[in-house]
Design a protein around this ligand. Sequence first.
Ligand SMILES: Cc1cc2nc3c(=O)[nH]c(=O)nc-3n(C[C@H](O)[C@H](O)[C@H](O)COP(=O)(O)OP(=O)(O)OC[C@H]3O[C@@H](n4cnc5c(N)ncnc54)[C@H](O)[C@@H]3O)c2cc1C
Length: 379
Amino acid sequence: MERADVVVIGGGLIGSAIAWRLQQAGRRVILCERGELGAEASSAAVGLLLPEAGREGGPELWGLWEASLARYPGFVDEVREATGVAVEFRQTGNLALAMNAAEGEVLSRRFRAQVAAKIPAELLSGDGARAIEPSLSPEVQAALFFPRHALVDNQRLSKTVPLAAAKAGVEVRVHEPVLGIVVHSGRVEGVETYRGRIAADVVVNAAGSWASLGVPMHHGEPVAGQAGPNDLPLVRPAKGEVIALWTWPRPIERLLTVSGASIVARADGRLIVGGTVIDNSYDKAVTAGGVASLLAAAVQALPRLQNARFVEAWSGLRPRTRDDQPIIGSGEVAGLFWATGHFKTGILATPATADVVTAMIEGKEHLPVGSLSPKRFGL
Ligand SMILES: Cc1cc2nc3c(=O)[nH]c(=O)nc-3n(C[C@H](O)[C@H](O)[C@H](O)COP(=O)(O)OP(=O)(O)OC[C@H]3O[C@@H](n4cnc5c(N)ncnc54)[C@H](O)[C@@H]3O)c2cc1C
């Protein structure tokens, strides 16, 4: 029988980064991906790194986001040193826009939440926002500026982190779905794939939107996270659609977030506009309505985009839990660790999540994440 110290299930950004860190810590790691590496939510995302107090979750999650953003410059440097691939990361700042008085009220509330949490933010008038981004529409009434918010090319990162993991010695297996997690007497014993069993004392479930439905447990133990007749699954997909436009010169330098869309200007001239939120759908169809709503929101904020070239559209599935907070840590089954459910902020949370999960497995100190434990769902 094959043996590894750790099996990581899922080759998205979260699983790949954890596998990389664990191998660096001296563990022998096998990473199993059922399809292509990084081809699901991690490459579908927009690449915004927006830690904000008051978004889904509580202070521990905001702390994880803040720590993760602080680690990002070092993380992309390390990825480049390991692979030779440069990944775009820019700390541009983010303007959250209000297009009417009601949205202006919401911005004021968000501003107060940042002040209370000591997160740098500045409330600007419409003219103040146009002074730093002249292409903004005259309709913009106010803006909340987050100077530290950043962007990353998540598509490239999703392909490069698994490469870094492989170079560090992780055995990366693609097109090898985990069919079940093997549990005996309350301890994890490994996983089953179509090639047979891989024995391991530690298994990390980083299977994104499939973490509870796609990875049943074997041997008569309860099936973790499967839905009862009236329940939502423990982790479900929240589909998001994204479009790419192209226009040159870049009409904006900063990130823009408006009601219904976020806009990122990548270094190559592409403007990435995302994303709709369609709950509990594994159907990845890109809809006319979704594209229309993204285009309308983007053109309303930046009228110049009327003449931008339409490049492409895609969609992905955000892993969403019942309380919109990720599941990080181990529960009742010894040796089974969860790292999933990052919903809208998994790109942001990747570096810190990988460090926390690695420290947990190594029995070392880590950021406080008790409120994100799988135990809150009885796991
Ligand atoms: C449209 C959209 C926009 C987004 N924008 C942002 C953003 O701007 N900023 C941000 O921080 N986050 C954003 N997100 C969220 C972010 O993409 C996710 O939270 C993050 O990518 C989750 O990473 P993951 O590795 O857990 O999941 P995934 O990338 O989905 O990876 C899970 C992997 O597990 C594999 N898998 C599943 N079942 C099995 C099995 N049985 N065996 C083996 N492998 C399996 C899958 O094939 C998949 O590759 C966005 C998401 C979407 C969809």
